[in-house]
Design a protein. Sequence first.
Length: 255
Amino acid sequence: MVKIFLHGCCGRMGKAIAALCENNPDYKIVAGGDIIENNNYSFPVYTSLNECTEDFDVIIDFSNATAVPTVLEFAKSRKKPFICCTTALSDQTVADILNASEEIAIFKSANMSVGINLMIELAKQATKILYPDFDIEIVEAHHNRKLDAPSGTAMMIANAIDQEIPDQTEFVYDRHSVNKARSKQEIGISSIRGGNIVGDHDVMFISDEEIVTISHRAQTRDVFAKGALRAASFMCGKERGYFTMSDIIAEYTGE
Ligand SMILES: NC(=O)c1ccc[n+]([C@@H]2O[C@H](COP(=O)([O-])OP(=O)(O)OC[C@H]3O[C@@H](n4cnc5c(N)ncnc54)[C@H](O)[C@@H]3O)[C@@H](O)[C@H]2O)c1
């Protein structure tokens, strides 16, 4: 059984993970953290991480970018693997996380779905074949409560595609402030916010004659929650190093 400290436990993702762990003999949430006080869980919820006395195997974090530096320090002080799922991290926080992976084990992914990570592999393959004859556009859609745009996943896709392009690319976010024709080196990234969309991502490869679209639709938050629990099992017992969903995909493919 993997014992979990769940940070951001009162949020949408925190609740999804808590629900999946109920009556699941493989996982136990032993404590949580949030800025909201909560007495409805069967585990204690700390608003100050220093007060946590429980022992645990891993930390899963789905909270807010501003909270991540504190959670990282908590992980370092307890010498436990840190699974960072929160998005929109500052460059400084990303650098601090990378540095910390020399001290503790870190798992970081802006999208914990196995399907999205497969989609990224397919988009990289398509880019190798279709660039520069096809224009590349990424369109993402999320629920109307999402704070950051574009999504961390859209940026993951854009960065992965960028690695396959030998030219200097330019990311163009929406086009409202760009009064010029599209260049071949451009990767367009557009965001839609509305209703209760869990997370849609399309990568479009567009030529004069045809359009190839690679699509992913998350139908429920459980896809991310299940990925985070999969990562918890993967990270349990690891002492240091930096891991991503690619390491979990590699387990499926045996590479
Ligand atoms: N990696 C992935 O696959 C994935 C999937 C979904 C969401 N996310 C990201 O996870 C994060 C949380 O998403 P959500 O939909 O659950 O959001 P949410 O707003 O529903 O929940 C966030 C929770 O964190 C708490 N929180 C906020 N600031 C805090 C702080 N300073 N200290 C402690 N707790 C704090 C809030 O009170 C809330 O309970 C976001 O960054 C989101 O983009 C990542």
